[in-house]
Design a protein around this ligand. Structure first.
Ligand SMILES: *Cc1c(COP(=O)(O)O)cnc(C)c1O
Length: 418
């Protein structure tokens, strides 16, 4: 438990402290399978909860618009230098408040309204910021999508290349929120070069794997690499942009003053801690375990009859396609049934989706958070069993309280470390 600050809050603002306490209990007693979530270290939380939240620091280290920035300068430089080392980047901006801000800043730096971008659509695993009509990227730019193969559900690079030559986009984005296979950054880099497009690689989900060198890196192939810091990278909630030196100025001024005001120095400090952790040998071991846990969970679900999109996973996540063996159950119903047995997941659109985004036909599962808790292969097999039984109970309209008890018992064996 995060003793100190909740004690203090408890005295001043019991309503709020109680709600935070209930959230802590939820995190402790639910099996967290949301692929984009994780549990940060206590050191990250300490930095994020520090007095740095008091400081205004518009500008960049050595070039601030406020006095009193000596120490926050030091902190931001630490974060930048560690990120450079971790990913082999020439230039890093650690100020984006989120992954979405990072992507939007790259667009603002390099594109004009009406320019064309070529991206992966949301229903094929892409992200809202990759040109969805309700996102600013879809409002400002002319968006075309490349897709995945009908048979394998894997990105079709040949078709992407053909489309890129036809459209001649100003920028191609590569990266996904719900894509379980290895991305060939070298190939996409060649495609972008061959049609004169800039390349933005968005590694929000796989950044931890890239940092641990367990997924190929886009750094030598993309002009811009964006990421979140809170998914597999296991840092505080935030974003980051890496780019070649030649684009440093445009990127920095797109983040501030174009899109943001004062940076969140407490979060930047948390990012610095996160990068220190990610540079350690333990972190590589953690990411290896994330991968092997995902493999085992995927194989076990397949053995139990679930259909997995693309039939496999190479990374930390997988998508269940419910349409085959649960045609009458949508993703939302499955998500809710699992929530009732203390398993947290999210519904997700799948290729050729026919249901609305509020229903969807897929369920996304990931292993970063359960792996942070220390769960390994036997627990993955147990989790697959719990999911299978909860789904069968949902169809048969049976009571699932026994499954919930087993899920809680599993969580109790792997207490959170706060
Ligand atoms: C999560 C994600 C983002 C955005 O992250 P936020 O911090 O939620 O804005 C961007 N791109 C991809 C591919 C993501 O998965």
């Amino acid at each position: 438990m995060l003793g100190n600050y909740t004690d203090y809050l408890g005295k001043y603002d019991p309503d709020l402290a109680d709600a935070i306490g209930r959230e802590e209990n939820r995190q402790q007693s639910y099996i967290e399978l949301i692929a984009s979530e994780n549990f940060t270290s206590k050191a990250v939380i300490a930095a994020a909860g520090s007095v740095l939240t008091n400081k205004y620091a518009e500008g960049y280290p050595g070039r601030r618009y406020y006095g009193g920035c000596d120490h926050v300068d030091e902190i931001e430089v630490l974060a930048i230098e560690r990120a450079k080392e971790l990913f082999g980047a020439e230039h890093v901006n650690v100020q984006p408040h989120s992954g979405s801000q990072a992507n939007t800043a790259v667009y603002m730096a390099m594109l004009k309204p009406g320019d064309s971008i070529l991206t992966l659509s949301l229903e094929n695993g892409g992200h809202l910021t990759h040109g969805h009509p309700k996102n600013i990227s879809g409002m400002l730019y002319n968006v075309a999508h490349y897709g995945v193969s009908e048979e394998t559900c894997m990105i079709e690079y040949d078709a992407m290349e053909e489309l890129a030559h036809k459209i001649k986009p100003k920028m191609i984005t590569i990266g996904a929120s719900a894509y379980s296979r290895t991305i060939d950054f070298r190939r996409v880099g060649e495609i972008a070069k061959s049609c004169g497009a800039l390349l933005l690689a968005d590694i929000a989900h796989i950044a931890g794997l890239v940092a641990a060198k367990l997924h190929n890196s886009p750094m030598d192939h993309a002009d811009f690499v964006t990421t979140t810091t809170h998914k597999t990278l296991r840092g505080p909630r935030g974003g980051m942009i890496m780019c070649k030196k030649e684009f440093a100025k445009e990127i920095d001024s797109a983040v501030f003053p174009c899109l943001q005001g004062g940076p969140l120095m407490h979060i930047i400090a948390g990012k610095a801690v996160c990068f220190k952790e990610a540079l350690s040998q333990e972190f590589v071991g953690y990411q290896q375990q994330v991968l092997s846990n995902a493999k085992i969970l995927c194989n076990e679900l397949k053995r139990l009859g679930f259909k997995i999109v693309s039939d496999d996973t190479d990374n930390h996540l997988m998508l269940i396609d419910l349409r085959k063996n649960y045609p009458d159950i949508n993703g939302n119903q499955a998500q809710r049934a699992l929530d009732l047995v203390n398993i947290t997941t999210n519904k997700n659109a799948v290729h050729n989706e026919s249901r609305s985004v509020f229903q969807a036909s897929g369920l996304r599962l990931g292993t970063p958070a359960v792996t942070t808790r220390g769960m390994k292969e036997p627990e993955m097999i147990k989790i697959a069993d719990l999911i299978n039984r909860a789904m069968l109970n949902l169809v048969a309209n049976n009571d699932s309280s026994q499954i919930k008890e087993e899920a809680i018992a599993l969580c109790d064996k792997f207490p959170l470390f706060y």
